[in-house]
Design a protein around this ligand. Structure first.
Ligand SMILES: [Zn+2]
Length: 283
């Protein structure tokens, strides 16, 4: 009997349901959330989180591991010891981004049991782009997304591809940036957009991507973004250009590193955010 009633209700209210479904679809697109993976709870699958409660957060951003799993493990152990609630890996975990390499990275991250998010670097996308297969997506899931950490919104961007951001990501990103006048937004991505002397920035190999990098920079500025966090340069530093502070987190790998292995720890609440370089101790 209940089934019949439901059917009748659905028919008479069909248009309302259609409008409702359309609204749900719009909301799903608008609030694309990020699955924070917690290694310790991996059996329950990726934990979908959007809003973490307002308080002070301690979190880490590391990059450029380039297959140095020993140092990745040490960096994650240090992050845990420091009480970091989450680690963001800002790309270049691998050398060429095969499924085997990316799988090894994921295994280390899962084993250490700290919440983490990953965006790809240029090295992590090579094999997939060559084979026209989304290998990174297969291993890690989403390549970009946003998550609120208390009163800060972290926007994780995939700018590692030699082909640029892509129209789909751009449409999503412009929408996410729309909120940044109201909430403090911090953008994390693999490549810096600007640097006062290094040419290793987004678009270094392509004029088309250089144009996109300029567009992205202008959009971040007009949206009120004041902080971006990147990897790629293998040299930890922090500098301000046109009112935007860029934190380059340095490299975790011990090879081809302009410094000793390190990453940056951030402590943030809605008002302030400070970064501290954590150097991995010599073994
Ligand atoms: Zn890189």
């Amino acid at each position: 009997m209940e089934m019949v009633d439901l059917k009748m209700t659905m028919r008479s209210k069909g248009w309302k349901i259609m409008v409702g479904l359309a609204l749900v679809a719009i909301l799903l697109v608008a609030t694309r959330s990020w699955g924070v993976r917690n290694g310790a709870e991996r059996d329950r699958g990726a934990e979908k989180i959007t809003n973490l409660p307002a308080k002070e957060y301690r979190w880490g951003v590391m990059a450029d591991i380039h297959l140095d799993w020993e140092n990745l493990e040490r960096a994650l152990e240090l992050a845990k010891k420091r009480g970091q609630e989450m680690v963001i890996v800002a790309g270049d975990l691998t050398s060429v981004g095969t499924e085997e390499e990316l799988g090894q990275a994921k295994a280390v991250l899962d084993r250490l049991g700290i919440k983490y998010l990953v965006v790809p670097g240029n090295h992590d996308l090579w094999a997939g782009e060559r084979a026209k297969v989304d290998i990174f997506g297969k291993v890690f899931g989403e390549k970009y997304g946003a998550v609120k950490m208390g009163e800060i919104k972290l926007i994780l961007v995939n700018n590692g591809s030699s082909r640029g951001l892509g129209e789909e990501q751009k449409a999503w990103l412009w929408q996410e940036l729309g909120e940044c006048q109201k909430i403090r937004c911090v953008v994390v991505m693999h490549m810096p957009i600007k640097h006062s002397f290094s040419e290793h920035v987004m678009g270094e190999d392509s004029q088309q991507v250089t144009g996109e990098a300029q567009e992205l920079w202008a959009k971040l500025k007009s949206s009120g973004v004041k902080e971006i966090i990147t990897g790629h340069l293998h040299y930890a530093s922090s500098y301000e250009i046109e009112g935007i502070r860029t934190y380059v987190v340095g490299a975790v790998t011990s090879e081809r590193n302009n410094q000793t292995p390190r990453f940056i720890e951030f402590v943030s609440d809605g008002e302030k955010m400070r970064g501290e370089i954590l150097v991995l101790e010599e073994q």
